[in-house]
Design a protein around this ligand. Structure first.
Ligand SMILES: Nc1nc2c(ncn2[C@@H]2O[C@H](COP(=O)(O)OP(=O)(O)OP(=O)(O)O)[C@@H](O)[C@H]2O)c(=O)[nH]1
Ligand SMILES: [Mg+2]
Length: 309
């Protein structure tokens, strides 16, 4: 199956992603076999508040990349936003042409059943798409929380999408999103207030910007396909900047470090829960804590000692 994946066979990609989603014991050997084929794709993270038009923008960007002859992998996180929530019927219809294009692979990832491991699963999915030869991989996440910041760590280029009005720009800056944004897109520029939103963001950035990369604030209408070529240009320019400043290696090293830590966390979690379940340890310790026979810290230490011995 790995050979087929490397040839870009969509059925093989789908099957291997399913292994990851099911947390199959075959995942480690698969990743071992494909790791040498990864590192070629440009990984783009797209995040922002709900409903700002991220999926629509991804659709429009993908069509533009296809015109350039580039292949694209798309990972949507949280299926409620990607395929079944809000404006999803519309999205699904808009995405239909892409879903049948062999140069595009679209997959949504659920958040259920991933034992402390959604982030590590996404790393694996990105690796699979990378090894399958996709030139561009886009990861969509909703919101501005810690998990989005974690996911931004796996992208080479992170785009934060906002819309005019609602003071969204101020909120995103307060939420520390400036630290992860490489490019801002004010989408829905067909609606009033786009110029003001761009200006406001630009001013905020001017105050905070210390880096040599000047974060561009672009306006676009994903709906109408307006401003898309400028976004693509900015993405390319950012990659050039990463390469010429040697930041790409640095950024990817950070990515691998986060991935490694995530994997260790996930494995430890499995170890703890499996072992403890076997021995009923957690239950009996919880009882002791309730009866004030033991405090929670000592109980945690007790479990760790048992596992690590
Ligand atoms: N007016 C206008 N509407 C847009 C534009 N882009 C997207 N929309 C609409 O905004 C709504 C949300 O679009 P999505 O692409 O689903 O937004 P999203 O950010 O992916 O949404 P979530 O994944 O749920 O956070 C849909 O009704 C789109 O048709 C745009 O450029 N202009
Ligand atoms: Mg979406």
């Amino acid at each position: 199956m790995v050979t087929h994946l490397i040839q870009g066979d969509p059925a093989a990609i789908a099957r291997l992603i399913t292994l990851v989603e099911n947390d199959s014991p075959k995942v480690p050997e698969t990743i071992k076999a494909i790791h040498g084929y990864t590192g070629k794709a440009h990984v783009i993270g797209i995040t922002g508040t709900m409903g700002t038009g991220k999926s629509t923008l991804i659709g429009t960007l993908t069509r533009a990349y296809r015109e350039q002859g580039k292949t694209v992998g798309i990972v949507g996180i949280d299926p409620t936003s990607w395929f079944s929530g809000g404006a999803l019927l519309g999205d699904r219809i808009r995405m239909q042409d892409l879903a049948t294009d062999p140069g595009v692979f679209i997959r949504s990832m659920g958040t259920r059943g991933t034992l402390g491991g959604l982030t590590s699963s996404i790393y694996d999915v990105v690796a699979l798409l990378d090894a399958s030869g996709k030139d561009i991989i886009v990861v969509e996440t909703v919101g501005v929380g810690q998990s989005e910041i974690d996911i931004a760590k796996m992208a080479d280029t992170t785009i934060v999408v906002t819309v005019p009005g609602l003071g969204d720009s101020i909120q995103t800056i307060k939420a520390g999103i400036t630290e992860i944004a490489d490019i801002f897109v004010v989408n829905k520029a067909d609606q009033p207030g786009a110029d003001e939103a761009v200006l406001q963001l630009q001013q905020m950035l001017d105050m905070n910007q210390l880096d040599t990369w000047q974060i561009p604030v672009l306006s676009a209408s994903a709906h109408q396909g307006k401003g898309i070529s400028v976004v693509i240009e900015a993405i390319d320019k950012h990659m050039d900047f990463l390469v010429t400043s040697n930041r790409l290696e640095e950024r990817r090293a950070t990515r691998y470090e986060s991935e490694l830590l995530e994997l260790i966390k996930k494995r430890l979690m499995h170890l703890i829960l499996d072992e403890s379940r076997l021995q009923g340890t957690i239950e009996s310790l919880v009882e002791k804590i309730s009866r004030r026979e033991m405090d929670p810290h000592s109980a945690a230490e007790n479990i760790l000692k048992k596992i690590l011995k």
